[in-house]
Design a binder for this molecule. Structure first.
Ligand code: NAG
Ligand code: NAG
Ligand code: NAG
Ligand code: NAG
Length: 707
């Protein structure tokens, strides 16, 4: 049992790990302990400055006449020399090349410091560059793994060509590997020649995305699990890679130029492509951003611009691509859900001065226009919806579970927004009632009792014999599925969708070839949420370990992939973005559920703190709020103990896990449960947790013993 002196010490160290069974340490030892445990900075992946050098030469790719390839890695010293003589007739002509490795995916503009070049009658020797995020793509054909001009885009980078339409670059994109070779396109003649000699002193990269050094973190996470810790910071880095100012030279060239977003900070989808913000992607990447970075405008700029381009029938474009016309059915609903997040994470109500009406138009004009009046379900085929796609561009038909469960989530989020802002009681009541109607219809019409999971959609007039991860996960996240159905769905997905690299987004290939092998970390985030919300932290962590473990141990490592395909390879080969913000759900999953902090009111004015340990022994972390940070530290290695520090102006519900409803719970060493007499915490036992109503400030809660 700990003395009250120790409590004082522990509470001074709000961020240190609380260990109720340890012997009472002297204050100096406590300080030492804190230093040992709060060292998350070591996991941070950001370069230390915007000037980045490559870390190594991939020697197996060095070819032709190359002298001193390592010379490229450091300025000064002997240069690297590539030589390619004009071949004598019949002699072999080997293109000299070097592949450099920046050690991790990176994005920015490259500078090459040349030390000299030959000049002969054929012209100046050409240096060509090919960029690639992973080593297996981009080298067979000597061009980048993805290039805008290879994808039939009309490319107008101002930095593009040095001479008219000759000697061109192909625009900024993320990469890890760079192939440098002495060669020239015949179409670049007479400006460059494939022959001669070039000396290079060094290479550096001017990093152009958010430079996420440790001092820039407004929130952080650390636990007893080294892998979870590293993957959390890997995912933060992935979102940093797509946090950038939208500039004319690097934007997706498919008619996506948007004055409302240009030159503003935004969250792009990927660092390599498409380099364009999408409202669906923000459903995950904005949470990662809010939880770790003080750049709410990166989300707000996107949501505001998309709202400014709302169609007269209430539909909200998913992105500026194709002049704001890309027809997606789900993204306007993600826009509503993202507006809810903007309010609860950042507390910004001014945003709703104009965006509130955008939300009304989407929910009260557009979605009713594609609702089947017999079933009350959004139905692909009604109104304009027939040709509309979604995050995976799926040609689904009929009453699709995913669209309808997401609709329920968006309606309930909108009702919460209406209540938080005040003065919109009619809207809140209408949306809540409609959410219930749609929820009832989903349950009565779309459930496959034989499988124990929701059908995906219709094939003709009957249900397709296939089940999708998106709708089933969202049925739990949105509260459509009751507890029994939730358990059945989670078990179905574990059995029928599991892959060594995550859970697939379909259980079979009825809708598309290879779908039962394809894993999207994006939509998997909602399955992770579903598992935590259903009280299954163990299976959520197990899925996290397969999914994020796979991406961490396969090239390029560190950054989270857009999609994983058959055999765990990038799902669209070299085209796949290997640094995609929508795949960073491990950050909100660990913060919201394992650490346990969720906003329940605008700007965290109210919150829920409910740790879900699974097999994690201890966790500590910080969550930024507009009124100061929330700090949480819990330890489950012996009995459970939790220290929290929250803004004084806030309040919330704090829940601690108990093995039964008779286990005592103490606040600051005073027993509050089982309540011998009524107390201000109004404790309640539900499903293995004792929930307390807590004011802002610092408290320590211990389970089983007073400390
Ligand atoms: C790096 O790029 C930024 C624009 O992203 C520019 O402002 C800066 O001057 C560049 N720095 C160097 C050293 O080229
Ligand atoms: C809230 O959002 C609006 C734009 O909708 C912006 O002008 C304003 O600066 C934001 N307020 C804060 C406190 O960030
Ligand atoms: C789900 O997996 C089980 C076990 O492999 C299999 O028996 C069942 O047919 C699958 N369900 C469907 C609907 O494919
Ligand atoms: C609990 O202890 C902390 C630290 O000593 C103190 O700041 C806080 O006011 C206490 N709260 C209650 C409700 O006793």
């Amino acid at each position: 049992m700990l003395s009250s002196v120790l409590f004082a010490n522990i509470l001074l160290l709000a961020l240190s790990r609380v260990s109720p069974t340890a012997a009472i340490p002297a204050p100096a030892e406590l300080a030492h302990h804190r230093q040992q445990t709060v060292d998350w900075q070591k996991y941070v992946r950001a370069p230390s400055s915007t000037t980045v050098s490559p870390v190594s030469i991939v020697s197996s790719y060095t070819a032709g006449s190359v002298t001193n390839p390592e010379g490229l890695l450091t300025p000064g010293g002997d240069p690297t020399i590539l030589t390619r003589p004009v071949p004598a007739s019949g002699a072999t002509d080997v293109v000299p090349q070097i592949v450099v490795d920046f050690g991790q995916n990176i994005v920015g503009y490259l500078s090459i410091n040349f030390a000299g070049a030959s000049s002969d009658t054929t012209g100046l020797p050409g240096i060509r560059l090919a960029f690639s995020e992973s080593i297996q793509y981009g080298y067979l054909t000597s061009v980048s793994d993805f290039s805008r001009s290879d994808n039939a885009y009309t490319w107008t980078d101002n930095y593009g060509c040095e001479y008219g339409s000759q000697v061109c670059v192909d625009g900024l994109h993320g990469f890890r590997y760079l192939r440098i070779y002495l060669d020239a396109l015949s179409t670049d003649s007479p400006y460059t020649s494939p022959y001669g000699q070039v000396s290079i002193d060094s290479l550096t990269l001017n990093y152009t995305a958010f430079l996420g050094t440790p001092d820039t973190f407004t929130g952080w996470f650390q636990s007893s699990d080294e892998d979870l810790n590293q993957w959390y910071y890997d995912a933060v880095y992935t979102t940093d890679m797509v946090t950038a100012t939208l500039d004319e030279n690097s934007i997706d060239p498919r008619n996506a130029d948007s004055p409302g977003m240009l030159n503003r900070l935004v969250l792009l989808d990927g660092a390599k492509r498409d380099r364009l913000p999408y409202s669906g992607d923000l459903a995950v990447s904005s949470r990662t951003s809010y939880l770790t970075r003080n750049v709410p405008e990166a989300t707000r700029n996107v949501l505001t611009d998309l709202a400014d381009h709302q169609r007269s029938d209430g539909w909200i474009p998913p992105a500026s691509i194709n002049g704001y016309t890309l027809p997606l059915l789900d993204y306007p609903l993600w826009w509503v859900r993202n507006s809810y997040d903007l309010l609860v994470y950042t507390g910004n109500t001014t945003y709703f001065d104009t965006s509130y009406q955008t939300m009304v138009n989407a929910l009260d004009t557009f979605y009713p226009s594609i609702t089947d009046s017999n079933t009350q379900l959004i139905t692909k085929g009604v109104g304009v919806s027939g040709s509309y796609g979604d995050y995976a561009f799926l040609g689904r038909t009929g009453a699709v579970t995913y669209y309808n469960t997401l609709y329920v989530l968006a309606l309930n989020n909108a009702a919460s927004i209406a209540k938080f802002l005040g003065g919109h009681d009619d809207d809140a009541a209408r949306w809540t009632a409609r959410a219930q109607t749609v929820s009832d219809a989903i349950n009565s019409r779309l459930f496959d009792s034989a499988a124990g999971a929701f059908f995906d959609g219709a094939c003709g007039s009957s249900p397709c014999q296939t089940h999708a991860q998106d709708g089933n996960s969202l049925s739990i996240v949105s509260g459509v599925a009751n507890a029994a159905r939730a358990q059945s769905i989670l078990s179905y997905m574990a059995t029928n969708m599991s892959q060594p690299y995550g859970n697939a987004f379909y259980d079979n290939d009825v809708v598309g070839g290879g779908f039962s092998q394809r894993v999207y970390a994006f939509i998997s985030y909602f399955e992770l949420e579903a598992r935590f919300l259903a009280g299954s932290a163990g299976t959520a962590l197990e899925e996290i370990r397969r999914l994020y473990g796979w991406m961490a141990k396969n090239d390029p490592g560190i950054t989270a992939w857009e999609g994983i395909g058959t055999d765990g390879l990038p799902y669209e080969q070299g085209f796949t973005s290997m640094s995609h913000g929508w795949s960073t759900g491990i950050v909100p999953a660990l913060t919201n559920y394992v650490l346990g902090v969720i906003p329940t009111g605008p700007g965290f004015s109210t919150w829920s703190i409910k740790p879900m340990p699974g097999d994690v022994q201890w966790t500590q972390g910080q969550v930024p709020t507009p009124n100061g940070e929330i700090s949480v530290s819990w330890d489950n290695s012996a009995s459970f103990s939790l220290s929290i520090s929250t803004p004084i102006s806030s309040s919330g519900t704090v829940s601690v896990p108990v093995s039964s409803n008779s286990v005592p719970v103490y606040v600051n060493a005073t027993q509050v449960w089982p309540a011998t007499q009524p107390n201000s915490y109004s404790p309640q036992y539900t499903d293995g947790y004792v929930a307390l109503q807590a004011p802002g400030g610092s408290i320590t809660i211990t389970v089983g013993s007073s400390g």
